[in-house]
Design a protein around this ligand. Structure first.
Ligand SMILES: *Cc1c(COP(=O)(O)O)cnc(C)c1O
Length: 415
Protein backbone atom coordinates (compact mmCIF):
# COMPACT_ATOMS: atom_id res chain seq x y z
CA UNK A 1 0.00 0.00 0.00
CA UNK A 2 1.37 3.36 -0.91
CA UNK A 3 -0.14 6.78 -1.31
CA UNK A 4 1.52 7.47 -4.67
CA UNK A 5 -1.85 7.66 -6.40
CA UNK A 6 -3.10 10.14 -3.82
CA UNK A 7 0.16 12.06 -4.05
CA UNK A 8 -0.11 12.37 -7.80
CA UNK A 9 -3.23 14.47 -7.39
CA UNK A 10 -3.00 15.81 -3.83
CA UNK A 11 0.29 16.06 -1.99
CA UNK A 12 -1.25 17.75 1.06
CA UNK A 13 -3.53 14.83 1.88
CA UNK A 14 -0.82 12.32 0.87
CA UNK A 15 1.57 13.97 3.34
CA UNK A 16 -0.96 13.68 6.15
CA UNK A 17 -1.76 10.05 5.30
CA UNK A 18 1.90 9.14 5.14
CA UNK A 19 2.52 10.84 8.47
CA UNK A 20 -0.41 8.99 10.02
CA UNK A 21 0.95 5.65 8.81
CA UNK A 22 4.31 6.59 10.31
CA UNK A 23 2.62 7.59 13.56
CA UNK A 24 0.77 4.28 13.85
CA UNK A 25 3.92 2.33 12.98
CA UNK A 26 6.13 4.28 15.36
CA UNK A 27 3.91 4.47 18.45
CA UNK A 28 2.25 1.98 20.78
CA UNK A 29 -1.51 2.22 20.44
CA UNK A 30 -2.95 1.35 23.83
CA UNK A 31 -6.29 3.06 23.26
CA UNK A 32 -8.68 0.27 24.18
CA UNK A 33 -11.11 1.03 21.35
CA UNK A 34 -8.50 1.04 18.56
CA UNK A 35 -6.90 -1.67 16.48
CA UNK A 36 -5.08 -2.16 13.17
CA UNK A 37 -6.92 -3.83 10.27
CA UNK A 38 -5.22 -5.99 7.65
CA UNK A 39 -4.19 -4.62 4.28
CA UNK A 40 -7.00 -6.72 2.79
CA UNK A 41 -9.57 -4.83 4.88
CA UNK A 42 -7.94 -1.51 3.96
CA UNK A 43 -8.09 -2.40 0.29
CA UNK A 44 -11.73 -3.50 0.45
CA UNK A 45 -12.63 -0.24 2.20
CA UNK A 46 -10.82 1.64 -0.55
CA UNK A 47 -12.73 -0.15 -3.31
CA UNK A 48 -15.09 1.19 -5.97
CA UNK A 49 -18.03 0.24 -3.78
CA UNK A 50 -17.62 3.73 -2.33
CA UNK A 51 -19.27 4.86 -5.58
CA UNK A 52 -22.32 2.65 -5.26
CA UNK A 53 -25.77 3.49 -3.98
CA UNK A 54 -27.46 0.39 -2.58
CA UNK A 55 -30.37 1.71 -0.52
CA UNK A 56 -32.39 -1.25 0.67
CA UNK A 57 -31.18 -4.76 1.41
CA UNK A 58 -29.73 -7.60 -0.72
CA UNK A 59 -32.13 -8.62 -3.52
CA UNK A 60 -34.39 -5.72 -2.62
CA UNK A 61 -32.70 -2.45 -3.56
CA UNK A 62 -33.93 0.92 -4.72
CA UNK A 63 -31.16 1.17 -7.34
CA UNK A 64 -29.97 -0.84 -10.33
CA UNK A 65 -26.50 -2.33 -10.65
CA UNK A 66 -26.46 -3.75 -7.14
CA UNK A 67 -25.58 -7.37 -7.94
CA UNK A 68 -22.02 -7.15 -6.58
CA UNK A 69 -23.06 -5.01 -3.63
CA UNK A 70 -25.57 -7.75 -2.87
CA UNK A 71 -22.88 -10.42 -2.94
CA UNK A 72 -20.69 -8.43 -0.58
CA UNK A 73 -23.47 -7.67 1.91
CA UNK A 74 -24.65 -11.31 1.87
CA UNK A 75 -21.09 -12.44 2.63
CA UNK A 76 -20.85 -9.98 5.51
CA UNK A 77 -24.19 -11.21 6.91
CA UNK A 78 -23.31 -14.89 6.49
CA UNK A 79 -19.98 -14.42 8.26
CA UNK A 80 -21.50 -12.30 11.03
CA UNK A 81 -23.97 -15.11 11.62
CA UNK A 82 -21.13 -17.60 11.84
CA UNK A 83 -19.24 -15.35 14.29
CA UNK A 84 -22.01 -14.36 16.70
CA UNK A 85 -24.88 -16.73 15.96
CA UNK A 86 -27.76 -14.26 16.28
CA UNK A 87 -31.12 -15.02 14.69
CA UNK A 88 -30.89 -11.80 12.70
CA UNK A 89 -28.05 -9.43 11.89
CA UNK A 90 -27.93 -6.10 10.09
CA UNK A 91 -24.46 -5.04 8.91
CA UNK A 92 -25.40 -1.58 7.63
CA UNK A 93 -25.00 0.68 10.71
CA UNK A 94 -22.34 3.27 9.93
CA UNK A 95 -21.06 3.10 13.52
CA UNK A 96 -21.76 1.66 16.93
CA UNK A 97 -23.77 4.74 17.82
CA UNK A 98 -25.93 4.28 14.71
CA UNK A 99 -26.48 0.65 15.70
CA UNK A 100 -27.72 1.77 19.12
CA UNK A 101 -29.87 4.44 17.50
CA UNK A 102 -31.55 1.81 15.35
CA UNK A 103 -32.62 -0.13 18.44
CA UNK A 104 -33.93 2.93 20.28
CA UNK A 105 -35.84 4.14 17.23
CA UNK A 106 -37.31 0.69 16.59
CA UNK A 107 -38.49 0.07 20.14
CA UNK A 108 -39.03 3.44 21.86
CA UNK A 109 -41.06 6.60 21.50
CA UNK A 110 -39.68 9.99 22.50
CA UNK A 111 -39.92 10.32 26.27
CA UNK A 112 -39.62 6.58 26.93
CA UNK A 113 -37.25 5.45 29.65
CA UNK A 114 -33.70 4.11 29.34
CA UNK A 115 -31.70 2.78 32.29
CA UNK A 116 -27.95 2.68 31.63
CA UNK A 117 -24.55 2.86 33.29
CA UNK A 118 -23.35 6.38 34.05
CA UNK A 119 -20.69 7.62 31.59
CA UNK A 120 -18.25 8.32 34.46
CA UNK A 121 -18.55 4.67 35.53
CA UNK A 122 -17.73 3.34 32.04
CA UNK A 123 -20.89 3.93 29.99
CA UNK A 124 -21.11 5.49 26.51
CA UNK A 125 -22.43 8.79 25.16
CA UNK A 126 -25.07 6.91 23.16
CA UNK A 127 -26.48 5.42 26.36
CA UNK A 128 -28.20 8.64 27.38
CA UNK A 129 -25.68 11.43 27.85
CA UNK A 130 -27.35 14.86 27.91
CA UNK A 131 -25.16 16.04 25.00
CA UNK A 132 -26.27 13.06 22.85
CA UNK A 133 -29.61 12.60 21.05
CA UNK A 134 -30.42 9.83 23.54
CA UNK A 135 -30.24 12.19 26.50
CA UNK A 136 -32.28 14.76 24.61
CA UNK A 137 -34.97 12.37 23.34
CA UNK A 138 -35.49 9.86 26.13
CA UNK A 139 -35.95 9.88 29.87
CA UNK A 140 -32.65 8.60 31.30
CA UNK A 141 -31.68 7.14 34.65
CA UNK A 142 -28.31 5.61 35.45
CA UNK A 143 -27.05 2.68 37.44
CA UNK A 144 -23.53 2.50 38.80
CA UNK A 145 -20.55 0.39 39.65
CA UNK A 146 -19.87 -0.22 43.31
CA UNK A 147 -17.22 2.35 44.25
CA UNK A 148 -15.47 -0.12 46.53
CA UNK A 149 -15.29 -3.13 44.24
CA UNK A 150 -15.45 -1.51 40.81
CA UNK A 151 -18.00 -4.14 39.71
CA UNK A 152 -21.50 -3.34 38.45
CA UNK A 153 -23.81 -3.15 41.45
CA UNK A 154 -26.49 -5.53 40.14
CA UNK A 155 -28.60 -5.32 43.30
CA UNK A 156 -28.78 -1.54 43.00
CA UNK A 157 -29.48 -1.93 39.27
CA UNK A 158 -32.38 -4.21 40.10
CA UNK A 159 -33.78 -1.82 42.70
CA UNK A 160 -33.44 1.11 40.29
CA UNK A 161 -35.18 -0.87 37.56
CA UNK A 162 -38.19 -1.52 39.79
CA UNK A 163 -38.24 2.10 40.82
CA UNK A 164 -37.79 3.69 37.39
CA UNK A 165 -39.68 1.14 35.27
CA UNK A 166 -37.46 1.52 32.16
CA UNK A 167 -38.38 0.44 28.63
CA UNK A 168 -34.78 -0.49 27.80
CA UNK A 169 -31.89 -1.44 30.07
CA UNK A 170 -28.53 -0.96 28.40
CA UNK A 171 -25.65 -3.27 29.33
CA UNK A 172 -22.19 -3.33 27.73
CA UNK A 173 -19.66 -0.57 28.31
CA UNK A 174 -16.71 1.54 27.14
CA UNK A 175 -14.43 1.35 30.14
CA UNK A 176 -15.41 -1.67 32.21
CA UNK A 177 -12.71 -4.31 32.77
CA UNK A 178 -14.99 -7.11 33.95
CA UNK A 179 -17.28 -9.72 32.44
CA UNK A 180 -20.96 -8.76 32.32
CA UNK A 181 -23.77 -10.81 33.84
CA UNK A 182 -26.03 -10.74 30.78
CA UNK A 183 -28.49 -13.26 32.26
CA UNK A 184 -28.84 -11.29 35.45
CA UNK A 185 -29.58 -8.10 33.53
CA UNK A 186 -32.05 -9.98 31.31
CA UNK A 187 -33.91 -11.31 34.36
CA UNK A 188 -34.10 -7.80 35.77
CA UNK A 189 -35.28 -6.44 32.40
CA UNK A 190 -37.98 -9.10 32.06
CA UNK A 191 -39.21 -8.49 35.59
CA UNK A 192 -39.95 -4.86 34.73
CA UNK A 193 -41.10 -5.58 31.18
CA UNK A 194 -38.10 -3.88 29.56
CA UNK A 195 -35.77 -4.96 26.77
CA UNK A 196 -32.08 -5.52 27.31
CA UNK A 197 -29.78 -3.84 24.79
CA UNK A 198 -26.34 -5.42 25.18
CA UNK A 199 -23.85 -3.05 23.58
CA UNK A 200 -20.72 -5.15 23.02
CA UNK A 201 -18.92 -2.46 20.97
CA UNK A 202 -15.64 -2.97 22.82
CA UNK A 203 -15.73 -6.74 23.06
CA UNK A 204 -17.30 -7.70 19.71
CA UNK A 205 -14.17 -9.63 18.73
CA UNK A 206 -13.66 -11.24 22.13
CA UNK A 207 -17.25 -12.50 22.08
CA UNK A 208 -16.86 -13.79 18.50
CA UNK A 209 -13.75 -15.71 19.50
CA UNK A 210 -15.44 -17.18 22.58
CA UNK A 211 -12.97 -15.64 25.03
CA UNK A 212 -15.69 -13.47 26.60
CA UNK A 213 -19.24 -14.46 27.57
CA UNK A 214 -21.82 -13.70 24.88
CA UNK A 215 -25.16 -11.93 25.32
CA UNK A 216 -26.42 -13.32 22.00
CA UNK A 217 -29.43 -15.53 22.69
CA UNK A 218 -29.91 -13.83 26.08
CA UNK A 219 -30.36 -10.10 25.45
CA UNK A 220 -33.16 -8.92 23.16
CA UNK A 221 -30.77 -6.74 21.17
CA UNK A 222 -27.01 -6.84 20.73
CA UNK A 223 -25.06 -4.03 19.07
CA UNK A 224 -21.40 -4.04 18.19
CA UNK A 225 -18.64 -2.09 16.52
CA UNK A 226 -16.52 -3.60 13.79
CA UNK A 227 -13.29 -1.64 14.36
CA UNK A 228 -12.37 -2.40 17.97
CA UNK A 229 -11.63 -6.01 18.94
CA UNK A 230 -12.83 -7.40 15.61
CA UNK A 231 -10.57 -5.98 12.91
CA UNK A 232 -13.10 -5.32 10.17
CA UNK A 233 -12.85 -1.57 9.68
CA UNK A 234 -14.93 1.28 11.02
CA UNK A 235 -18.63 0.54 11.42
CA UNK A 236 -21.38 -1.11 13.43
CA UNK A 237 -23.64 -4.16 13.49
CA UNK A 238 -26.96 -4.82 15.16
CA UNK A 239 -28.31 -8.25 16.08
CA UNK A 240 -31.67 -9.38 17.37
CA UNK A 241 -34.15 -12.20 17.56
CA UNK A 242 -36.10 -12.98 14.41
CA UNK A 243 -39.29 -11.35 15.72
CA UNK A 244 -37.59 -7.92 15.72
CA UNK A 245 -35.82 -8.34 12.36
CA UNK A 246 -38.19 -6.20 10.31
CA UNK A 247 -38.39 -3.49 12.95
CA UNK A 248 -34.60 -3.24 13.16
CA UNK A 249 -34.05 -3.36 9.41
CA UNK A 250 -36.49 -0.56 8.73
CA UNK A 251 -35.10 1.41 11.64
CA UNK A 252 -31.60 1.28 10.10
CA UNK A 253 -32.87 2.02 6.59
CA UNK A 254 -34.85 4.15 5.92
CA UNK A 255 -35.35 5.02 9.61
CA UNK A 256 -31.99 6.51 10.44
CA UNK A 257 -29.64 6.04 7.50
CA UNK A 258 -29.66 6.50 3.74
CA UNK A 259 -27.41 4.54 1.42
CA UNK A 260 -25.24 1.96 3.18
CA UNK A 261 -21.45 2.49 3.14
CA UNK A 262 -20.94 -0.49 0.83
CA UNK A 263 -17.13 -0.11 0.83
CA UNK A 264 -17.17 -0.41 4.61
CA UNK A 265 -19.49 -3.39 4.37
CA UNK A 266 -16.86 -4.95 2.08
CA UNK A 267 -14.30 -4.25 4.83
CA UNK A 268 -16.63 -5.91 7.34
CA UNK A 269 -17.01 -8.98 5.08
CA UNK A 270 -13.23 -9.35 4.76
CA UNK A 271 -12.55 -8.70 8.45
CA UNK A 272 -15.30 -11.10 9.54
CA UNK A 273 -13.80 -13.71 7.22
CA UNK A 274 -10.44 -13.23 8.92
CA UNK A 275 -12.09 -13.54 12.33
CA UNK A 276 -13.49 -16.94 11.33
CA UNK A 277 -9.96 -18.30 10.86
CA UNK A 278 -8.59 -20.30 13.81
CA UNK A 279 -5.75 -17.76 14.26
CA UNK A 280 -8.29 -15.17 15.37
CA UNK A 281 -9.16 -17.17 18.48
CA UNK A 282 -5.45 -17.30 19.31
CA UNK A 283 -5.27 -13.56 18.80
CA UNK A 284 -8.29 -12.82 21.00
CA UNK A 285 -6.99 -15.06 23.79
CA UNK A 286 -3.64 -13.25 23.59
CA UNK A 287 -5.42 -9.89 23.87
CA UNK A 288 -6.96 -11.04 27.16
CA UNK A 289 -3.75 -12.69 28.42
CA UNK A 290 -1.85 -9.50 27.65
CA UNK A 291 -4.36 -7.33 29.51
CA UNK A 292 -4.10 -9.68 32.50
CA UNK A 293 -0.30 -9.55 32.44
CA UNK A 294 -0.33 -5.76 32.03
CA UNK A 295 -2.67 -5.38 35.01
CA UNK A 296 -0.59 -7.68 37.19
CA UNK A 297 2.56 -5.78 36.37
CA UNK A 298 0.90 -2.46 37.12
CA UNK A 299 -0.23 -3.83 40.47
CA UNK A 300 3.37 -4.84 41.19
CA UNK A 301 4.32 -1.24 40.47
CA UNK A 302 1.83 -0.09 43.12
CA UNK A 303 -0.83 1.19 40.71
CA UNK A 304 -4.41 0.71 41.80
CA UNK A 305 -6.65 -1.03 39.24
CA UNK A 306 -10.39 -0.45 39.20
CA UNK A 307 -11.95 -3.81 40.23
CA UNK A 308 -8.43 -5.09 41.01
CA UNK A 309 -7.79 -6.53 37.56
CA UNK A 310 -9.46 -7.46 34.30
CA UNK A 311 -11.43 -10.17 32.50
CA UNK A 312 -11.15 -8.56 29.07
CA UNK A 313 -8.91 -6.42 26.88
CA UNK A 314 -8.49 -3.38 29.10
CA UNK A 315 -7.36 -2.22 32.49
CA UNK A 316 -8.48 0.95 34.20
CA UNK A 317 -5.87 2.52 36.45
CA UNK A 318 -7.01 4.84 39.24
CA UNK A 319 -4.04 7.13 39.90
CA UNK A 320 -5.48 8.91 42.94
CA UNK A 321 -3.83 6.77 45.60
CA UNK A 322 -0.46 6.04 44.04
CA UNK A 323 0.01 9.39 42.24
CA UNK A 324 -2.30 11.97 43.86
CA UNK A 325 -0.65 14.86 42.03
CA UNK A 326 -0.82 13.30 38.57
CA UNK A 327 -4.17 13.36 36.80
CA UNK A 328 -5.05 10.92 34.04
CA UNK A 329 -4.66 13.79 31.58
CA UNK A 330 -1.15 14.54 32.93
CA UNK A 331 -0.27 10.87 32.50
CA UNK A 332 -1.74 10.75 28.98
CA UNK A 333 0.27 13.83 27.95
CA UNK A 334 3.52 12.63 29.52
CA UNK A 335 3.17 9.23 27.86
CA UNK A 336 2.24 10.58 24.47
CA UNK A 337 5.55 12.41 24.15
CA UNK A 338 7.30 9.04 24.50
CA UNK A 339 5.17 7.38 21.81
CA UNK A 340 2.84 5.55 24.18
CA UNK A 341 -0.70 6.50 23.21
CA UNK A 342 -3.61 5.89 25.57
CA UNK A 343 -6.41 7.93 27.04
CA UNK A 344 -7.29 9.55 30.32
CA UNK A 345 -10.50 8.14 31.75
CA UNK A 346 -12.88 8.82 34.59
CA UNK A 347 -12.90 6.32 37.43
CA UNK A 348 -15.74 5.26 39.72
CA UNK A 349 -16.26 7.95 42.34
CA UNK A 350 -14.45 10.46 40.13
CA UNK A 351 -13.25 13.48 42.11
CA UNK A 352 -11.77 15.47 39.21
CA UNK A 353 -13.68 16.12 35.96
CA UNK A 354 -14.47 14.40 32.67
CA UNK A 355 -11.90 16.64 30.94
CA UNK A 356 -9.19 16.06 33.50
CA UNK A 357 -10.07 12.73 35.09
CA UNK A 358 -8.16 10.64 37.62
CA UNK A 359 -7.57 7.48 35.65
CA UNK A 360 -6.09 6.03 32.49
CA UNK A 361 -7.59 3.30 30.33
CA UNK A 362 -5.09 0.88 28.76
CA UNK A 363 -6.11 -1.62 26.10
CA UNK A 364 -4.17 -4.43 24.45
CA UNK A 365 -6.01 -5.15 21.14
CA UNK A 366 -3.78 -3.01 18.88
CA UNK A 367 -0.37 -3.98 20.28
CA UNK A 368 -1.43 -7.63 20.26
CA UNK A 369 -2.17 -7.28 16.55
CA UNK A 370 1.43 -6.21 16.03
CA UNK A 371 2.67 -9.29 17.89
CA UNK A 372 3.12 -8.33 21.53
CA UNK A 373 2.95 -11.16 24.06
CA UNK A 374 3.07 -11.18 27.88
CA UNK A 375 6.82 -10.54 28.01
CA UNK A 376 6.58 -7.50 25.77
CA UNK A 377 3.49 -6.13 27.50
CA UNK A 378 5.15 -6.41 30.92
CA UNK A 379 7.94 -4.24 29.57
CA UNK A 380 5.32 -1.78 28.32
CA UNK A 381 3.87 -1.66 31.85
CA UNK A 382 7.37 -0.93 33.16
CA UNK A 383 7.79 1.91 30.66
CA UNK A 384 4.39 3.38 31.57
CA UNK A 385 5.28 3.25 35.27
CA UNK A 386 8.63 4.96 34.68
CA UNK A 387 6.95 7.86 32.89
CA UNK A 388 4.09 8.25 35.37
CA UNK A 389 6.50 8.11 38.31
CA UNK A 390 8.50 10.99 36.77
CA UNK A 391 6.19 12.78 34.35
CA UNK A 392 8.45 15.84 34.05
CA UNK A 393 11.79 14.06 33.76
CA UNK A 394 13.11 14.60 30.24
CA UNK A 395 15.87 12.00 30.61
CA UNK A 396 13.32 9.33 31.47
CA UNK A 397 11.15 10.49 28.58
CA UNK A 398 14.07 10.26 26.15
CA UNK A 399 15.02 6.76 27.35
CA UNK A 400 11.46 5.48 27.18
CA UNK A 401 10.98 7.03 23.78
CA UNK A 402 14.14 5.28 22.55
CA UNK A 403 12.82 1.93 23.81
CA UNK A 404 9.43 2.55 22.17
CA UNK A 405 11.25 3.14 18.88
CA UNK A 406 13.09 -0.18 19.25
CA UNK A 407 9.90 -2.05 20.12
CA UNK A 408 7.90 -0.60 17.24
CA UNK A 409 10.73 -1.38 14.83
CA UNK A 410 10.82 -5.00 16.06
CA UNK A 411 7.05 -5.32 15.59
CA UNK A 412 6.30 -3.47 12.35
CA UNK A 413 2.77 -2.80 11.12
CA UNK A 414 2.14 -1.82 7.51
CA UNK A 415 5.28 -1.72 5.34
C1 LIG B 1 -17.14 2.56 20.98
C2 LIG B 1 -18.49 2.36 21.52
C3 LIG B 1 -19.62 2.50 20.70
C4 LIG B 1 -19.52 2.84 19.25
O1 LIG B 1 -19.07 4.05 18.99
P1 LIG B 1 -18.91 4.65 17.51
O2 LIG B 1 -17.78 5.56 17.69
O3 LIG B 1 -20.19 5.33 17.23
O4 LIG B 1 -18.66 3.52 16.56
C5 LIG B 1 -20.86 2.21 21.22
N1 LIG B 1 -21.00 1.80 22.48
C6 LIG B 1 -19.95 1.64 23.31
C7 LIG B 1 -20.18 1.12 24.68
C8 LIG B 1 -18.66 1.93 22.85
O5 LIG B 1 -17.62 1.80 23.67
Amino acid sequence: MSYETVRASDSDVADALTAERKRQNGTLTLIASENHVSEAVLAAQGSELTNKYAEGYPDSRYYGGCEHADEVEKLAIERANALWGAEHVNVQPHSGTQANMSVYLAMLDAGDRILSLELNDGGHLSHGHPANFTGQTYDIEHYHVDEETGYIDYDALEAKAHDFDPDIIVSGYSAYPRDVEWERVQEIAEAVDAYQLADIAHITGLVAAGVHSSPVGIADFVTGSTHKTVRAGRGGVVMCQAEYADAIDSSVFPGSQGGPLMHNIAGKAVGFGEALEPEFETYAQQVVDNATALGERHSEHGFSLVSGGTDNHLVLVDLRESHPDTSGKDAETALERTGIVLNANTVPGETRSAFNPSGIRIGTPAVTTRGFDETTIREVADLIARVIDSPDDETVAAEVSQRVDELTESFPLYD
